[in-house]
Design a protein around this ligand. Structure first.
Ligand SMILES: NC(=O)C1=CN([C@@H]2O[C@H](COP(=O)(O)OP(=O)(O)OC[C@H]3O[C@@H](n4cnc5c(N)ncnc54)[C@H](O)[C@@H]3O)[C@@H](O)[C@H]2O)C=CC1
Ligand SMILES: CC(=O)C(=O)O
Length: 372
């Protein structure tokens, strides 16, 4: 198979979908790899590194998209890339379609086989291609939140860990999955007072065990969220219902009760965001805006800022699946691997992921039907 890797063009997206080690693995399995010039620069991989591993470098993105049978990316394509879509092209990348009606329409109209990293799901319900970036974003959420709590960055002037004689800052994390757990690790490491809110009693018990009682756990309901949010210095949005639009759990009236200079980092923004006052996606260039006196951060590609770490972590997880797709073709690979089949969101003009179909008003086609 011919595999193409274009350079990422989203704002400050420095990750790349393959490393030289990945190129070597695909070449060894008998595939051709075309990579756009300078695609790896933001992650510290040069064109020479890729050539040495056996890739062919191409100067234009258009050539990479045109020659490839499967495109591997990191972020969901942006509008200027929709023109490259064509019938039968396999697109393997993060897609987050539920809040993206235009991208979904372009994939449907052009008959692309769109396989989303974030909905590939193992029998234990874990999301192996989302997990590494959720680990990164969860850890970053507190690091970034701590910075924006500083006065010069618009915050209230709180040091999360406090100092002897002064209470620590309060971090409230809504969603105790991978992002939430990693955010809690960093917040505890800084000495903050940490509360995690989740809907699952079993998960809250696990978190209580994992952290040896050092985090406070709270059942998710509107009353508890209001009580927790109004006293938070840093609020981290970390909920997920796989493939679906994030539920807006933090209402505007709750944000209005937060004290001025508090900070919200809504990591769940890639699925539409979990905070009502987040009405736009922000970028690494302009990461925040202030509403009701509260600093809002809603960057949908947080790991792009720590690209070297993120590219290595992401490709550790994606390569094995990319090899299956390239070795067997998408249909056979998905017939053989039920976890991979859960990644198929759009194929042959059909929406095959139910939460996406529901969010965007498409008829749902069961994936088993397209794999038959
Ligand atoms: N902005 C960015 O750059 C990045 C964003 N993300 C996003 O972060 C979000 C979280 O991802 P993960 O932690 O990997 O998901 P996860 O599936 O590991 O955790 C989600 C948690 O949310 C909980 N939850 C669901 N509904 C809830 C409710 N009503 N109240 C409270 N908790 C609820 C679940 O029980 C689960 O524990 C996703 O949208 C993911 O795509 C991930 C990486 C980077
Ligand atoms: C998960 C995702 O969309 C990201 O890492 O950018």
């Amino acid at each position: 198979m011919i595999v193409g890797i274009p350079k990422e063009i989203k704002n400050n997206e420095n990750r790349v979908a393959i490393t030289p080690a990945g190129v070597e693995a695909l070449k060894t399995a008998g595939h051709e790899v075309y990579i756009e010039t300078n695609a790896g620069i933001g992650s510290g991989f040069t064109d020479a590194d890729y050539k040495q591993a056996g890739a062919i470098m191409l100067d234009s993105a258009a050539d990479v998209w045109a020659k490839a049978e499967m495109i591997m990316k990191v972020k969901e394509p942006i509008a200027s890339e929709y023109g490259y879509f064509r019938q039968g092209l396999v697109l393997f990348t993060y897609l987050h379609l539920a809040p993206e009606p235009e991208l979904t329409k372009a994939l449907v109209d052009n008959g692309v086989v769109a396989i989303a990293y974030e909905t590939i799901q193992l029998p234990d319900r874990s999301l192996p291609l989302l997990t590494p970036m959720s680990e990164v974003a969860g850890r970053m959420a507190v690091q970034i939140g701590a910075q924006f709590l500083e006065k010069p960055w618009g915050g209230k002037g709180i040091l999360l860990g406090g100092v002897p004689g002064v209470l620590p800052g309060k971090v409230v994390i809504i969603g105790g999955g991978v992002v939430g757990t990693n955010a809690a690790k960093v917040a505890l490491g800084m000495g903050a007072d940490v509360t995690i809110v989740d809907l699952s009693e079993a998960r809250l018990r696990q978190l209580d065990d994992i952290f040896g009682g050092r985090v406070k756990t709270l059942m998710s309901n509107s009353y508890n969220i209001e009580q927790a949010v109004k006293t938070a210095d840093l609020l981290v949005g970390a909920v997920l219902i796989p493939g679906a639009r994030a539920p807006k759990l933090v209402k505007e009236y709750m944000v209005e009760q937060m004290s001025p200079g508090s900070v919200i980092v809504d990591v769940a923004i890639d699925q539409g965001g979990s905070v009502e006052t987040i009405d736009r996606i922000t970028t690494h260039s302009e990461p925040t805006y202030v509403k009701h006196g509260v600093v809002h951060y809603a960057v949908a590609n947080m790991p792009g800022a720590v690209a070297r770490t993120s590219t290595l972590a992401l490709t550790n997880a994606t390569l094995n699946y990319a090899l299956q797709l390239a070795n067997k073709g998408w249909k056979q690979a998905c017939q053989d691997n039920a976890a991979l089949a859960k990644g198929i969101n759009v194929v042959g003009g059909n929406v095959t992921f139910e939460a996406v179909a529901t969010a965007l008003g498409y008829e749902f086609t069961a994936v088993e039907k397209v794999l038959a």
